[in-house]
Each structure stands twice: as structure tokens, then as C-alpha cells.
Design a protein around this ligand. Structure first.
Ligand code: SF4
Length: 245
């Protein structure tokens, strides 16, 4: 079996572990967020193909340096079989498994949960759950997959994670981007959706150094002071809110 893999970081800091994770960046994504800062990982490029066996070897060889493996991307859940094989291998090596996902593929999440392969999930909530705003933030719809369907998949992922929430540590992540989701009303609507999860909600500013849509390089990142003001306004709805700087 092969996987599209864009890079490995042997020791990578993830919120849920005291020690370091090994990060594996699986390439290919079904969204085209204009502010995406890993645009090189959106396409399934032939140059990214690698044997899953050699990735398993990398995990084993690195197991003294990290206590977990964090699968990120791109969107790792698009490569269901490879992700399952790598997560099983990580667990068998005594490592924790973390996943960063945009939530569009509940089938993969369900398979991972059914086999008890997940310890941590970071679910990217791009904006409020409204078709026009969601499409503007993700540019994800296509002929076969309208925005309503993508949102439905995200709801399913959230339902699965709600059930798994006692066992699986959960972080919601929202990247604040001017003009897409930086107004308090939008953020309050997200807060209403996630208020009853046992989860951290992490807000961070987008980074304008490298973006999929070059126009976003002209936008100014949200300063820390503004993020703190948003935090103060949202904290009553969601006390588990943190700012990533
Ligand atoms: S930011 Fe958007 S386009 Fe980029 S990898 Fe994440 S979900 Fe895909």
C-alpha cells in the first residue's frame, strides 16, 4: 500500500502531550481554504507517494524520541486505509495517536474510533455552520459535493466525537481570518455549537507569509490584543477558550 506523504517532523509540539509527537503530514485535501498555509499539500502529487511500510519503519525508528504520532496534512482522513494502517502500527508500538482534521470525512473517523485508534482529535472549525460563509472560508464545494453535503459530513463527525468525547481528548481550532470569521457574531454562533463538548477551543490568527490565495498575503494577521478581546467576549459562552500565539 502507498500513501501520499508531504513531510515528517520527528519531534513536533502538540497541545495534548507533555512530550513531543512525531508529525506526519499526509498530502491531499478536499478544501481550498484561501488562507491555507500548506498549499503545497492540497494536491495528491506523484512525488509524495511513499510505501506505507517505510512510513511504519520511520514511526518505529522514532519511537524513542516521541510518545505519540500526530497525523495532519492536508486532510489525513482522505487516505483512509493508509491512515488506519499507520494508526494501528503506532498503537502497537505503544504510541498515542492524534489527528488534525477538517471533519469532512466521518467514515474514516468512525473507522478509527471503532478500533480505538484515537487519543486526540483537533477539529478545524473554519467558520459558522452556514452554507455561504462556509463556502467562502473553505472553497470546498464541487459538482458532486455541494456545501450542504459537506456541512452534513461535518455534523456527523461532530456527533461521533461527542460520543467519543469521554475517551478522546478534543480541541476545536478556529483560525481567525479578516473578512471570513473575525466578527464576534460569527464566533458566538460557533461557540453556541460547541458549548456542550468537553473540549478546548483554540483561536489563532492566520499567517500571511504563505497562503493558497495570494490576495490573502495582503491581509494583516489579527494582532494578539484583538484575539484577547475576542477571548474576553466569548469566555462566558466557552470558558475553555485559549489563544495560540
Ligand atoms: S487549511 Fe484548508 S485547504 Fe489547507 S489543509 Fe487545512 S483544510 Fe485543507
Amino acid at each position: 500500500m502507498q500513501a501520499y506523504m508531504g513531510g515528517i517532523v520527528p519531534t513536533y509540539s502538540v497541545d495534548w502531550k507533555k512530550n513531543s509527537s512525531m508529525a506526519i503530514f499526509l498530502a491531499g485535501c478536499d478544501f481550498n481554504c484561501p488562507y491555507c498555509n500548506t498549499p503545497e499539500l492540497i494536491d495528491f502529487k506523484e512525488e509524495y507517494l511513499i510505501d506505507v511500510l517505510s512510513l511504519k519503519r520511520e514511526i518505529t525508528n522514532n519511537s524513542n524520541n516521541a510518545d505519540s504520532v500526530f497525523f495532519t496534512g492536508g486532510e489525513p482522513c482522505l487516505q483512509r486505509q493508509a491512515l488506519l494502517a499507520l494508526a494501528r502500527h503506532s498503537k502497537n508500538a505503544g504510541l498515542g495517536v492524534g489527528l488534525s482534521t477538517n471533519g469532512s470525512n466521518p467514515k474514516t473517523i468512525k473507522s478509527l474510533l471503532n478500533e480505538d485508534l484515537l487519543d486526540y482529535v483537533e477539529l478545524d472549525l473554519k467558520t459558522e455552520f452556514e452554507e455561504k460563509s462556509f463556502e467562502k472560508a473553505t472553497r470546498s464545494k464541487n459538482f458532486f459535493n455541494p456545501t450542504s453535503q459537506i456541512l452534513q459530513s461535518l455534523y456527523e463527525t461532530m456527533k461521533l466525537l461527542r460520543v467519543a468525547n469521554r475517551k478522546v481528548k478534543l480541541t476545536f481550532k478556529t483560525t481567525i481570518v479578516p473578512g471570513l470569521n473575525d466578527d464576534i457574531e460569527t464566533l458566538q454562533r460557533i461557540a453556541n455549537r460547541i458549548g456542550d463538548y468537553d473540549a478546548v477551543w483554540k483561536l489563532r490568527s492566520f499567517d500571511n507569509e504563505k497562503t493558497l490565495d495570494k490576495d490573502y498575503q495582503e491581509k494583516t494577521p489579527v494582532p494578539k490584543e484583538n484575539l484577547l478581546v475576542l477571548k474576553e467576549k466569548l469566555e462566558t459562552q466557552n470558558p475553555n477558550l485559549i489563544i495560540e500565539t
